[in-house]
Design a protein around this ligand. Structure first.
Ligand code: TXA
Ligand code: MG
Length: 348
């Protein structure tokens, strides 16, 4: 039986936070909002509780979890060392949507790291997440709160859809603003390497680490390389329908999608357009705008919700407009690539 606890981020009820702390200390599973997506949390120091996360999500055992903390001082017991470049990133981006991979200490269980010698850690900025983490002062292991392979969840309603009756508590805490998961950076290699792009972009981090690199396998599905982060190798963020993305000159993209829509006689088709183009599509079964191209943060925030809307409407085929692989556009394209299982039509 899953209990729902509604919390107002602007008027946080301490008693409700205490209840969640108690649940974590008893080894229970609690879904809570973060600024990126909802997280499916358990006490990261409790192996049995962490094992239950994998069961609830249907997550492969070899995909490690992220530990969430409230204070930088909590790092001391979890990692071997904090390289200077990591300290710089922490100073600039924590709390916020940035996860660092560091060498793990003895204290961190192999269940959390899937047997790796490194551990992923982040300090979320969401008010509710922070209050929970400050109150319990435990490293909370939390993958995205979705069934493995489905798009991550950015609202309470979507969490219920995937995880009702599979966890002990679901916190109803409104929408997750960022909408895509945190940027993951491996700090155990030099130069550091981005393993998963997110709201904190390569360009943002280049200010501190000019030679920071990005794992080629995650933005180019044709590179033939295996992604360095275990989670990136799965077809992920995927709606049930087949999805295709079109990249290039925007007028040509719209023309090509309209042509393909007109050729579809029997399948139900959705188009994920943008504010700039949404009026230009014809005869689409489900036409949605991801937001304005002038505001890619908005596009990132809407992407997973709209992929799930396509599923609600039992769409068979989704045509998605592409974005430039620049700044947060690269992060959006990484998620779209995965939703499409690599089916991108380039060069329009
Ligand atoms: O925004 C987020 O990061 C959300 C919220 C809830 O914090 N969490 C999240 O967790 O997206 P998850 O488990 O869905 O994604 C974690 C990613 C996976 O791709 C995993 O493979 C990678 O981080 N990861 C975890 N530990 C790692 C490690 N030691 N080395 C390399 N990659 C690691
Ligand atoms: Mg995930």
């Amino acid at each position: 039986n899953t209990e729902v606890i509604k919390i107002d981020a602007n008027n946080i009820d301490e008693n409700k936070i205490k209840k969640i702390t108690e649940a974590f200390s008893k080894g229970k599973l609690v879904v809570f909002p973060t600024e990126t997506v909802y997280g499916l949390g358990a006490n990261g120091l409790d192996e049995e509780a962490c094992k239950k996360i994998f069961v609830a999500k249907g997550r492969p055992q070899d995909n490690p979890l992220i530990l969430h903390i409230a204070e930088v001082s909590q790092l001391d017991e979890l990692v071997e060392e904090i390289p200077d470049k990591a300290k710089d990133l922490i100073e600039m981006f924590w709390p916020g949507p940035l996860t660092l991979i560091l060498k793990k200490s003895e204290r961190v269980s192999d269940v959390v790291t899937a047997g790796l010698s490194t551990v992923a850690i982040r300090m979320p900025s969401h008010k509710i997440a922070r209050e929970i983490l400050k109150d319990c002062m435990l490293p909370i292991a939390a993958p995205s709160a979705n069934i493995s392979g489905r798009p991550s969840t950015t609202s309470f309603r979507r969490v219920v859809e995937d995880l009702a009756s599979k966890v002990d508590i679901i916190v109803d805490g409104g929408r997750s603003d960022v909408g895509i998961e945190s940027t993951v950076v491996d700090m155990t290699v030099d130069p550091p390497m981005i393993l998963r792009p997110g709201k904190v972009t390569k360009e943002d981090m280049e200010v501190l680490i000019p030679d920071i690199e990005i794992d080629k396998a995650i933005i180019d599905s044709n590179s033939g390389e295996v992604p360095k982060s275990p989670g990136q190798k799965y077809r992920h963020y995927a709606p049930k329908a087949e999805a295709q993305c079109f990249v290039g000159d925007l007028d040509k993209v719209v023309k090509e999608i309209n042509k393909r829509v007109s050729e579809e006689k029997s399948r139900k088709v959705a188009v994920l357009a943008t504010d700039e183009t949404v009026a230009d599509y014809k005869n689409v079964d489900l036409l949605l705008s991801l937001g304005s191209r002038e505001n890619l943060e908005e596009v990132a925030g809407n992407l997973f919700e709209m992929l799930r809307s396509c599923d609600d409407n039992n769409v068979d085929l989704i045509f998605i407009e592409g974005f430039e692989f620049k700044g947060i556009g690269a992060s959006i394209m990484n998620r779209i690539l995965k939703a499409c299982g690599g089916k991108i039509i380039f060069g329009l």
